[in-house]
Design a protein around this ligand. Structure first.
Ligand code: ARG
Length: 456
């Protein structure tokens, strides 16, 4: 085990199994870069308050920058002997500048570092998530404009309901993703990044010292004066908020995936999926399986689970910091990484889908799709109370199904047994996709836009 940040108080060595059990270096190394940011800001504050000389400060910062460069160039390999990323970086500084390193941790605590690191990680990742989400959103808008004039079948209870435009359907997802994007924006607005909590009680450094020379433009933009140190080291609601936003986004991705699985199958055959994202069967030569979509649908379990994990970990935790909170990282990293991968592929996947227009046109001949239009005609044109109209059309549909007849082939004399105001000429005008869609005037059918695609 590498040198600990807290060894002196203990007479006995730490139990080896416990030591392994308690480590977080195997995952928190992902925060290395942000931990260096914290250190550089902290060193500046120490110089500003004359605890370090200017010279000591710049030497420490140059060592920290060396390590930062290794991280940025992908050469940083975490030392898995260390307890966590904070100890790892401290040890590295010690190797490069043994005497000075002893002053780096002055008046600070890992409790303050970890929450800072995680918040800056979130700032960075949310920017990336926002970009990827915009690509998926744009792909949907592109598909909508490609099939702008096409009709589609609308379902409720997975049963044929009414005719809609394909755009009515596909743009529904654009609206959902737009709200997901807004939730990411709100997340950033709520975040609040601060330094100076100490372990929980603050430190004797003046708050202004932390604001003077802030490292990284991103942090500079978001660094706020610390309002309450107890809250800062105790709270992880920002992680819950992000995982919640990602869980909702995941739910939308999963529904889109399920729709495409269903509509592309033989039972519907309305969509053709892009081959480069499908797989075959080792036994059945004909298969073209929608594995990407199934995995997206399946990942919902993990993404929801991650949210539940952190909610449950935080429930009932006494203030302030508790080691339980170390376990927030795996769910956070897991959800962020999964959703990023899904979005990246989903944008390309959507670009590759095509509508099987002939099959859709055939399905649109189903007269049940126009039953509601007939009832509406009786109400709006003939002033019949809706429940009477509903009843008449219901009987008409049942009759047509039992006798296996087309309503549009029925004589007026037959139609009028269901309602005297029904006639074949009027029905012909009503029972088609053009009428069914053009008669719906309550919808604005606005193409959504995502404004300002800078998130952080
Ligand atoms: N590995 C810890 C975490 O992720 C860092 C903070 C440790 N603080 C402490 N007092 N042990 O939460």
């Amino acid at each position: 085990m590498a040198k600990k940040l807290w060894g002196a108080r203990f007479k006995k060595d730490t139990d080896k199994d416990f030591e392994e059990f308690s480590k977080s270096i195997q995952y928190d190394y992902k925060l290395a870069q942000y931990d260096i940011y914290h250190s550089i800001i902290h060193v500046n504050a120490l110089v500003d308050s004359s605890i370090l000389t200017k010279d000591e400060g710049s030497r420490l910062i140059s060592v920290l920058r060396q390590i930062l460069r290794e991280i940025e160039e992908g050469e940083f390999k975490p030392d898995l002997e260390c307890e966590d990323i904070h100890s790892d970086i401290q040890n590295r500084v010690e190797k490069k500048a043994p005497k000075l390193a002893a002053k780096l941790h002055t008046l600070r605590s890992r409790n303050d570092q970890i929450v800072f690191d995680e918040k800056v990680y979130c700032l960075n990742e949310v920017e990336e998530l926002g970009k990827l989400l915009t690509h998926t959103f744009d792909a949907i808008i592109g598909k909508a404009s490609q099939y702008e004039k096409n009709f589609f079948l609308g379902y409720t209870h997975t049963r044929r309901a009414q005719v809609i435009f394909f755009n009515d359907y596909i743009l529904a997802y654009a609206h959902m993703f737009k709200r997901d994007y807004r939730r990411l924006q709100c997340f950033i607005e709520n975040l609040g990044v601060s330094i100076g909590s100490g372990a929980l009680a603050g430190s004797s450094l003046n708050a202004k010292h932390y604001q003077k020379v802030v490292f990284s433009a991103l942090v500079k933009k978001h660094l706020a004066e610390l309002e309450n140190a107890v809250d800062n080291v105790s709270s992880r609601d920002f992680i819950i908020e992000l995982l919640n936003t990602l869980a909702i986004l995941q739910m939308h991705l999963s529904r889109l995936a399920e729709d495409m699985i269903m509509y592309s199958g033989k039972e519907f055959e309305f969509l053709e999926l892009p081959e480069e994202f499908c797989t075959g069967s080792s036994l059945m030569p004909h298969k073209k399986n929608p594995d990407f979509l199934e995995l997206v649908r399946g990942y919902s379990g993990i993404i929801y689970g991650n949210l539940m994990a952190i909610l449950t970990t935080m429930k009932g935790l006494p203030l302030t910091y508790n080691r339980d909170m170390q376990l927030d990282k795996t769910p956070l990293f897991s959800s962020v990484e999964i959703v990023k991968k899904e979005l990246k592929i989903m944008a390309e996947f959507i670009k590759g889908i095509t509508l099987k227009e002939k099959n859709i046109a055939k399905a649109l001949e189903d007269e049940c799709l126009y039953a509601t239009e007939i009832a509406e005609f009786l109400v709006t044109e003939k002033n019949i109370p809706f429940s009477q109209a509903h009843d008449a059309v219901g009987r008409l549909i049942r009759y047509a199904q039992e006798k296996e007849l087309k309503i549009q082939n029925m004589q007026d004399s037959v139609l009028k047994t269901f309602h005297p105001d029904l006639d074949s000429g009027a029905l012909r005008l009503i029972m088609n996709p053009e009428h069914a869609t053009s008669s719906k005037r309550s919808i604005l059918r606005k193409v959504p836009k995502i404004k300002n695609n800078k998130l952080r």
